[in-house]
Design a protein around this ligand. Structure first.
Ligand SMILES: Cc1ncc(COP(=O)(O)O)c(C=O)c1O
Length: 395
């Protein structure tokens, strides 16, 4: 390429380390090494046949053209009903926008509301895309730590309160949480709501893991009517229905914000493929038993993984309450978490993510995705135990 200067903006974008680790793991596998993949955040289940058949039907019925940038009317209607029932509230179809995956919603929310210099509160550790999109909009990320508390990970309420300033434009919440598997308890969510209500702060609630939990159902920001007018709820099909590659998500927000998202959609991708939308509706209508089966399987894997991690020398790990991640504290191993993640991959053949890839507060932790078989989880634990015993003996 000739010496064309890139925009300043594009240099602010960051990426997700999971893809880089996956690539490195694949390279090692190609060289003949056995690698167990606990790095990537997608269900290892297949999209159900019911959903695939609905897509084929929709294709045959001619759903292959442009459609409304906000989504097919019948799809918005069904999402409003389904998402409302799940959260015990009522949504109107006009509050719903259908998007190609959940990621555009994060991007749109920040693009629509954040001006240069505006502060956006984000969880640390957190999904790396949050900080990336805030920086891209020239906003200022204000990181608030997610802390270990009562065998859970949740946002530090005192630090959150102190992080709110007159410049705060938005806050991103994520429960169940990537990378920790923590869930914001109801009373903490109520405290967050009373901190934010009556302030001109947009609450971006990333609820993409809302269907994957192992105890009490996570409370949605939508359950607090006093904050509904400033909340954007983000959810989708990637995780709940094993549809990561289909690219289908939805947002629920005040109508005046839907208008802005609509414009952004028209400028970027025009619309979400209509046959994919119709497949998604079939997932909502008929996919509940496969969702329950998947969550049941995740729970068994979680229990195996947590028990195993607690038996790896130097590891400790709160019990994940949702999503399919465990976030183990590895400080007692004496290793820097980045070095340990690298060595576990290169020497033990276990691909995991350094917690620091999710923010400064993730330093000293490793993220394990248990979207892998029970057999492989047992194997990974054995390999890690062996590696850490050996390196401990070597000290
Ligand atoms: C917290 C969180 N939000 C959003 C997403 C993006 O979801 P989608 O694949 O539907 O864009 C992910 C995916 O890993 C995630 O972990």
């Amino acid at each position: 390429m000739r010496d064309v200067q890139f925009s300043e903006r594009v240099e602010f974008l960051n990426t997700e380390s999971a893809f880089a680790v996956l690539e490195k793991a694949n390279r090692l596998e190609a060289q003949g090494m056995e690698v167990i993949h606990l790095e990537i955040g997608e269900p290892d289940f297949n999209t159900t046949d019911i959903v695939k058949e609905a897509a084929i039907r929709a294709l045959n019925d001619g759903y292959t053209r442009y459609c409304s940038p906000t989504g097919l009317p019948e799809v918005r209607e069904y999402i409003a009903l389904h998402a409302g029932l799940r959260r015990g509230v009522r949504f109107s179809p006009e509050e719903v926008i259908v998007t190609p995956g959940a990621k555009p919603l994060l991007f749109f929310a920040v693009q629509a509301c954040v001006n240069p210099g505006d502060e956006v509160i984000i969880p640390d550790p957190g999904f790396p895309i949050y900080e990336s999109v805030v920086r891209y909009s020239r906003g200022v990320p204000k990181l608030v730590p997610i802390i270990e508390k009562d065998d859970n990970f949740t946002i530090d309420l005192d630090l959150l309160e102190r992080a709110i300033t007159p410049k705060t434009k938005a806050i991103i919440l994520n429960s169940p949480h990537n990378p920790t598997g923590g869930i914001i308890p109801r009373q903490d969510m109520a405290a967050i709501v009373s901190m934010l209500k009556d302030k001109n702060i947009l609450v971006i609630s990333d609820e993409i893991y809302s269907d994957i939990y192992y105890g009490e159902q996570p409370v949605s920001i939508a359950a607090f009517p006093e904050i509904r007018d400033q909340a954007v709820i983000i959810d989708g099909f990637s995780k709940s229905y094993a549809m990561t590659g289909w690219r289908l998500g939805y947002g629920i927000m005040p109508e005046r914000l839907v208008e802005k998202f609509n414009k952004l959609a028209v400028n970027i991708y025009s619309c979400t493929p209509p046959f994919v939308q119709l497949a998604g509706i079939q997932a909502l209508k008929e996919g509940q038993s496969s969702l329950e089966k998947m969550v049941g399987e995740f729970r068994e894997r979680r229990d195996i993984l947590i028990e195993g991690l607690r038996n790896v020398p130097g590891f400790s790990c709160p019990t994940p309450r949702g999503a399919f991640y465990a976030f183990a504290n590895v400080k007692a191993t004496g290793y820097d978490s980045r070095v340990l993640a690298d060595r576990l991959l290169e020497e033990a053949g276990v691909a995991v993510l350094d917690g620091a890839a999710f923010g400064e507060a993730g330093k000293g932790y490793l993220r394990f995705s248990y979207a892998n078989s029970q057999e492989n989880i047992y194997k990974a634990i054995e390999k890690m135990q062996r590696f850490l015993m050996k390196s401990r003996n070597a000290v």
